[in-house]
Design a protein around this ligand. Structure first.
Ligand code: PEP
Length: 249
């Protein structure tokens, strides 16, 4: 079965109530595209409001590994579900780097999210120094080996490959490098979960925009995009969804 294209927006720490109109326009346009799955991951404060919009598919940007307890400032996977979320990002590089999250932390979060009924997008990606040293594939495969849950349904967990040096910088890897990384990820996943790996969606993330989306989305083993900056407005995000839809045929 062909893998459906998947385009996901990560609003990061952006988005007040005044941004609801953008989300509404994004979900309305996505509702017209039957061949592409679209989701937005706003800040926790906006999950409920976005989830109430027509055609909405909403995710969190992170969750705690525990269900509840004395973790001031944190949000659990069941809380995301309770707010209307259907998925969550785990292991984004801004969490791994800015909050010192280890592969083991990411794995625990992914397992908690799956147990709560959320789908997961597990992020990975190398820093510039690793890319320049030629060890990017080994680095990313090692991240995945240690952060992937022990058991999961292939249709409930996607991987987002996001080279850290491409996030928010306007820089993007060559198509060959993207294909090589995604091909290596697919192969490693086959080693881990067998044929189920061919059902898993592998997203590319890092400076995706309306101009480069068609090319990036056509690279080998790229099943979608995780989009930061360009997901904040419908005018910038919808062309990326259109590009995915055109490739889906
Ligand atoms: C991201 O942070 O997930 C991301 C891909 O950001 P941007 O699209 O802005 O590079």
């Amino acid at each position: 079965m062909a893998r459906r294209k998947y385009v996901v927006g990560n609003w990061k720490m952006n988005g007040l109530k005044s941004a609801l109109g953008e989300a509404e326009a994004i979900f309305a346009a996505a509702g017209q595209q039957s061949a592409v799955d679209v989701a937005l991951c706003p800040p926790f404060t906006m999950v409920g409001a976005l989830a109430a919009l027509p055609k909405a598919v909403v995710g969190g940007q992170d969750c705690h590994a525990a269900q509840s307890g004395a973790y001031t400032g944190s949000v659990s996977a069941p809380m995301l579900v309770d707010s209307g979320a259907r998925l969550v990002l785990v292991g984004h590089s801004e969490r791994r780097e800015g909050f010192a999250e280890s592969d083991a932390d990411v794995k625990a979060k992914a397992e908690a999210a799956l147990a709560a009924g959320l789908n997961v997008i597990l992020c990975c990606g190398e820093p510039l120094s690793v890319r320049e040293s030629g060890d990017a594939i080994a680095f990313v495969l090692n991240q995945i080996e240690h952060s992937l849950p022990d058991a999961f349904d292939a249709d409930r967990l996607a991987i987002a490959y996001e080279p850290i040096w491409a996030i928010g910088t306007g820089l993007v890897p060559t198509l060959n490098d993207v294909s090589a990384m995604h091909g290596a990820l697919r192969e490693a996943l086959r080693g881990r979960v067998g044929g189920k790996a061919d059902q898993m969606r592998l997203l590319y993330g890092g400076s995706v925009n309306g101009e480069n989306a068609a090319e990036l989305l056509s690279a080998g083993d790229v099943d979608g995009a995780l989009v930061g900056g360009a997901s904040l407005s419908a005018a910038k995000f919808n062309p990326i969804v259109d590009a995915a839809a055109a490739l889906a045929g």
